[in-house]
Design a protein around this ligand. Structure first.
Ligand code: 4GX
Length: 247
């Protein structure tokens, strides 16, 4: 799978040379090609931005420069994504569907963004990584590359995708490794028991509790068994113990 990144700050993508994404690139499981938008400025001062028609603070990136940078990597099958807080919020389902694409072109804005005409001309999808404002689209592009690449063939070599957070609609249960005793805290006994059915129930309950406490809205969308529902009802009862609930 190939990513072309159109950016004014290609050096910001250094982190992708490390760890799993770095290895995936070296092993040709993914390809990340950085395109400096500034290289496509026709201006003798390499100017890429200008003031905003109608007034307003700051500068916008000029459409012609972005268009020429885009044309240098464009292909028929490529999907073009603009990272922006105005886009639809990225979620794990979206990550999985993007991983089925062969070629993604990621457009990173800076300053106040990019002239709307070139966005209308080349962008297929506008995606946000969350409801907060950053200084540019580079970190969001790295978030997208990192999350999508995990699903590319040969990038991950274990089964971790099966049990991780969101894979079953719930947050992942806590996990433990050696030593068995750390700062007076023991690893939960059931995990040492070898009793697979009990371990499975313990983990499911921990997932349910964590999701209920941190992300209760996720519980609406997940299929709960009779046992799941009983466990959650008990939790709520314990939370309310000693108090009268007023609705
Ligand atoms: N998820 N930013 C884009 C430039 C910009 C400004 C205004 C459109 C309109 C962000 C996010 C994000 C900062 C990237 C502003 N683009 N991108 N940049 N959150 O905050 O994706």
């Amino acid at each position: 799978m190939k990513f072309d990144v159109l950016t004014l700050f290609p050096e910001m993508f250094k982190p992708l040379e490390e760890s799993i994404i770095g290895r995936a690139t070296k092993n040709k499981k993914i390809e990340i090609n950085l395109v400096n938008i500034r290289d496509y400025s026709k201006d003798k001062h390499k100017k890429v931005d200008d003031t905003i028609y109608g007034g307003g603070a700051g500068m916008l990136i000029k459409p012609d420069v972005v268009y020429d940078a885009y044309k240098s990597v464009a292909s028929e099958k490529a999907k073009v994504i603009y990272l922006s807080p105005k886009g639809k919020t990225l979620c794990q389902d979206k990550v999985e569907s993007l991983a089925k694409e062969e070629h993604l072109i990621l457009l990173c804005g800076h300053y106040e963004g990019i002239d709307q005409r070139v966005i209308d001309k080349i962008v297929d999808e506008e995606i946000s990584i969350g409801d907060y404002v950053l200084t540019g689209g580079e970190i969001p592009a790295m978030v997208l590359i990192d999350s999508v690449s995990r699903y590319a063939q040969g990038v991950l070599n274990n089964e971790s995708i099966k049990d991780e957070s969101f894979s079953n609609g719930l947050l992942e249960y806590p996990q433990y490794t050696k030593p068995e005793l750390f700062e007076n805290m023991k690893v939960p006994e059931v995990l040492l028991s070898g009793h697979h059915k009990n371990i499975e129930r313990f983990r499911r309950n921990k997932s349910l509790e964590l999701t209920y406490r941190n992300r209760p809205e996720l519980l609406e969308k997940v299929e709960l068994t009779k046992e799941d529902k009983e466990y959650l009802e008990n939790l709520k009862k314990e939370d309310n113990d000693g108090y009268i609930k007023i609705n």
